[in-house]
Structures are given as C-alpha cells and as structure tokens.
Design a protein around this ligand. Structure first.
Ligand code: SER
Length: 597
C-alpha cells in the first residue's frame, strides 16, 4: 500500500502553495504555443517564459502548477531507475515577487513538515548551491538560508555551472539554482556529504533564482525583477516517498505492469529495461496524441512515431500478448483520468491514432526485422547507413531504432554510417521534390515546399530586422503555416512604414541575389563564436546545426542561425516577400505576419 498517491501529492503541493498566496494554474499543452523553435514543452518554466521576462501573468505574481513535460534528450537512459521521456513537474513561481528567502523556506517546510508537507527526514536530505564563476558570485546567501533552517553545513555542497545553474537552452531567463537531493530509503543511512556520483542521492527539487536574461551573444543582462522557478519531478518524489528505488515501481505504473502481464522477479535486467521503455514510451505517446500530435515523418510527429515504434519492437522482443497496446493505452488513460480530463475527452482519438500507427508498423515490422537479421548475419554486408535508410523507407524503421538494434548486436553505428544515411535521405528528398506530391514510396512526407520557403524567408526577415532596427531585436517565437509566417521579436515601439519598407527591401534584395544556404553541424561553442543567433527557449545540445545564408562570391554572411531546418538551398526560389501586418504581441514584443508571393 502506497503511503501517498500521485493525486494526493499533486493536490498537497498545489494546496501548500495556495496557502502561501499562489494561484493554481492548469498545465499548458505539451505542444508549445507560438514558438516553432522547440518541439515540446520540456520544463515547467517553458510556457511561463514571457512572465519570467516581465509580462504580467493573469494569475498574479505567485502561481503554482503541475506541468506536463517531454524530454527526449536522455532517451538512452530511459528504463534505468530515474529517467522518463514524459514526466510531470510540480512548480511554484514568483514573477518579480518573493526571492531566495521565501522560496527556500517554503521548500524546506514542504519537504520536512509532517503536517503541511511531506515529512521527509532531514537526515536524508542534501543541498547543492552554485559555486560561483565570472558570471555570478558563489551563492552563499542560499546556503546561509538553508543553514538557518537547520540543514547541517556538511550537507551543503557548492557545484559549478553545469550542475547548479539553470537555463532553458542557450538564451533567455537564467540564474543560479539550489537543488534538493534525497538519499533513497533502502535501509542504509545517507552518506555524510552529498556525492554527485552516488545514485542513491536522487535530485528531487530545484529552486532556480532567475536573475539574468542571457542574450544570444552570450551576455548576461540583469532582469529588472528577479524571479523564482522551481521544479519537482512528480514520479521521482512519489518513488522516494513510498520507499521505491525506481520511478517505474510507483503506483502510477502498477496497473500498466499488470497489463503487460510480466513478472519483474523472473526477468533479466535487460528485459526489465525493455518493459520499462514500453511503459514510458506508450505513456508519453498517449499524452502527445491528447495534445494533438499525430505520427508523421517530421518534427513532433516523428518523435511520436519513433517512441511508438520503438515500444512496438521492444514489445515484440518481450513476446507481449495480442492487444497489449490497446490495453496499455486504456490503462494510461484510466490512471490519469482525474488529473488530466483531456485524456478521457480525447480517448477515442487517442486509441484511433495509436492503433492506426500500430497497424501501419506491424504490417512491415516482421519483414523489417527479418531484413535486419539477414543483413546483420551476412559477413560482407554489415548494417550500413544505406541499409538503415532502406529499413526506414521500406519498413518504417526509424533510424535511431536500427542504430540501437545494430549496437545491441555488437555493431558500431558511427558517424560515417550516420552520414551515409543522411546522404541517402537527402537524395531521396531531392527525388521527392521533383516528383509530384503523394507519389513517394514509403510516404516520406517532406515539409511542404511553401513552408520551407517561408522558413528561410523568416531567417532573412530576422536578419533584416536586426539591420534596420538594431541588435536589440531578438526572436521570441515564430509560427509558420502554408499561408504566412508569424514572427515575434523584442522591440520597444511600433515600426514605422519606412522601417517596414526597409525590411522588405532588404529581404527582397537577398532573394534577388539568389544567395546560398548551407547547413553545418558544429559544437555549440563554435556556433556561438561564429555569432550564430539562437532562438529563444530552445534547449540546444552540445552539437548544433547552423544555417547560414551567404553570398558565395564575396562570402558575405547575411544570416546565421541555430536551426534544425529544413531550408531552401538558395534564396532565389523564395519569391516576393511582403509584410502584411505589424502589431504589438506583448509588452516590448512586436509581431509581424508576412507572406511570400
Ligand atoms: N527550470 C528548472 C528545471 O526544469 C526548475 O523548474 O529543473
């Protein structure tokens, strides 16, 4: 019997912060609104960025929520004791209101108080604070507050930026954080000091003190009013509170395990990991579909497809019985019915979309796996990038899945193979561009050509705005449809008709000059050094892709942005660019709608 259920934990958290003057707000969608630069909401702070930058929140200066999140950056680790692609983040927020003192005091109270909070024993808690560097000083202030509340000095460590600093991506609101770690309840006493390499210390909560806005040129500009962003992972805390060593052992997953009809006691570690991947990926898939995502070959749709197909392959390896997916989807919906009513409302659509994807993939899954086996067994033809592409195109195997299967079979799927795959992919895209729509084998739906042209036009507009209005222009969000591009950027006043005309003229000049567009992959640092412009809110990996628009004759660079693409290869194909509307979006942020003709 669990000591506390997920529903109890959600309401306990929200009510605690309500009692401290916070307004309870609902979770935003997993699909970020008005920001085409990120695929999914990856943290509680993501939908709240405008408010962290000074916009007024309708709920006031203190709000609290449980936010649905998706992170696929750690997908390799999913299936261990703590990693998940879908998770919920409990959070409390101060928009220029309270700061370190109250945030830490309330975190402490909620964690340790038996009546108002969770009643966790202090002996099992450890705290980390920011160690300080050239950007900001050592956060002794937070450490002193923790000490004044009774946390012993030896349980407070100072760690560098990689650990105790938070930013969503490379630009935007950021600052030092203080993290709370819990020594899992396995009967052993906690070590005297926190040890970052000790898996028994599990991070359960993070209080971020957002004091700066990081600009794409790397500069930190102090925010007018500092904010607090906190994030507590619901699954982790639930496991900790109930004495479970894995997030997959909580009551949330209990019914889902039953559906799989597997007994963990007689499974190998590898089988347990596969089963956990099935549970995690299907749960994430259900939530994605409920927020309107459908499987496809690009962007969010591709992530969903990849998760569902990976789950299906794992399920086959585990010999799950027929109808396992249908039953599991039903269990996920039932488990979250009271906390996320949208799952019940959309249940018909969820079943339909997920089962259609199963039907589609199962038609080729067996054959694809056989092909894979054949190719892997034959000495001469080990899995190549071209094989991986064939498996994708003909049998619908996402590249990452083939790669994983190859690695499991003891093969290397290195950068050379990755390149081979990409080349095949590109060749295919070129072929498909010349073919009429809908004729491609395997249904490789490329981005619509109009959207791709508008996308490159948007990069040019961004560069033109910075030339005309100055370097204070930063992209805040964008959204592109077949009809138009919508672009939000920082700028204090309405643009004059002359400024708008100048932006149009610049873009159209670059189009007329038929500049080259190239994509390069490089380290984040290199990209920064080249002055690439980041897009607000994106969490960039260590290796990033950069699009540069340049004049091949003079090497003049007119635009260089962090971007996943796709883009046109040369600007001549874009067409005539025209601004349709320029209006206010929010305080200090303007919005342009533009078209190409
Ligand atoms: N933004 C921080 C995180 O995601 C705290 O919410 O960890």
């Amino acid at each position: 019997m669990s000591k506390i259920s997920a529903n109890e934990l959600r309401s306990k958290y929200l009510n605690f912060f309500k009692s401290k003057g916070h307004t309870i707000i609902p979770s935003a969608s997993l699909v970020p609104e008005g920001d085409a630069s990120v695929l999914f909401t990856t943290a509680g702070m993501h939908p709240l960025v405008p408010y962290l930058l000074g916009q007024e929140h309708p709920g006031g200066k203190r709000v609290t929520n449980v936010q649905k999140c998706i992170r696929t950056g750690d997908i390799e680790e999913v299936g261990d004791n703590t990693h998940l692609t879908f998770f919920e983040m409990l959070g409390n927020w101060s928009f220029g209101d309270y700061f370190k003192e109250d945030a830490i005091k309330w975190s402490y109270e909620f964690l340790t108080n038996k009546e108002t909070g969770l009643g966790l024993p202090l002996e099992r808690l450890a705290i980390t604070c920011f160690a300080g560097d050239e950007d900001a000083p050592k956060d002794t202030e937070s450490a002193e507050i923790w000490k004044s509340l009774g946390v012993p000095e030896h349980r407070i460590s100072f760690l560098p930026k990689e650990k105790n600093w938070w930013i969503a991506g490379t630009t935007g609101p950021c600052g030092p954080d203080t993290e709370m770690h819990y020594w899992i309840d396995d009967g052993t006493p906690a070590s005297r000091e926190y040890d970052v390499n000790e898996p028994k210390w599990v991070e359960i909560w993070n209080d971020v003190f957002m004091q700066f806005e990081k600009m794409p040129d790397g500069k930190l500009v102090p925010l007018k009013k500092p904010n607090v962003d906190t994030g507590m992972g619901l699954d982790r805390v639930l496991a900790v509170l109930n004495g479970q060593s894995s997030v997959y052992d909580t009551e949330i997953f209990k019914g889902m395990w039953e559906v799989l009809a597997l007994s963990q006691d007689i499974m190998t570690n590898d089988e347990v990991k596969k089963a956990r991947i099935v549970l995690d990926h299907v749960r994430a898939g259900v939530f994605m579909v409920s927020d309107g995502v459908e499987p496809s070959n690009k962007d969010r749709g591709y992530v969903l497809r990849r998760l569902l197909r990976r789950a299906m392959v794992m399920a086959r390896m585990l010999n799950l019985k027929d109808k396992w997916l249908e039953a599991l989807v039903g269990k996920v919906i039932a488990e979250y019915a009271s906390a996320y009513g949208e799952l019940v409302e959309k249940s018909e659509q969820i079943f339909q979309v997920i089962l259609a994807e199963q039907k589609k993939f199962e038609a080729t899954l067996e054959k694809g796996l056989k092909q894979f086996e054949l190719r892997i067994k034959s000495q001469e033809s080990r899995i190549s990038g071209t094989d991986a592409f064939d498996l994708y195109q003909t049998y619908g195997f996402p590249k990452e899945l083939t790669k994983e299967l190859a690695v499991q079979a003891g093969q290397v799927f290195d950068a050379v193979k990755e390149r081979e795959y990409e080349e095949e992919f590109k060749k295919h895209q070129e072929l498909s561009r010349t073919a009429s729509a809908g004729q491609f084998k395997g249904g490789l739906a490329s981005h619509s050509e109009k959207i791709v042209r508008l996308h490159t036009a948007t990069h040019l507009m961004n560069a033109a705005l910075r030339q005309v209005l100055g370097e204070n222009v930063w992209q805040k969000g964008s959204n592109i449809t077949e009809e138009r591009t919508r672009f939000d950027f920082t700028h204090g006043q309405k643009m004059t008709p002359e400024e708008i005309a100048a932006v149009e003229a610049l873009v159209n000049d670059w189009v007329a000059r038929d500049l080259q567009v190239k994509k390069e992959t490089m380290s984040l640092e290199e990209a920064r050094n080249l002055g690439a412009i980041g897009v607000f809110g994106e969490k960039y990996a260590d290796t990033v892709s950069i699009y540069t628009v340049y004049d091949p004759n003079t090497n003049e660079v007119v635009s260089r942005e962090f971007c996943g693409g796709p883009h046109v290869e040369h600007t001549g194909v874009i067409g005539q660019f025209k601004v349709q509307k320029e209006e206010a979006s929010s305080a200090g942020v303007r919005r342009i709608k533009a078209v190409i003709e």
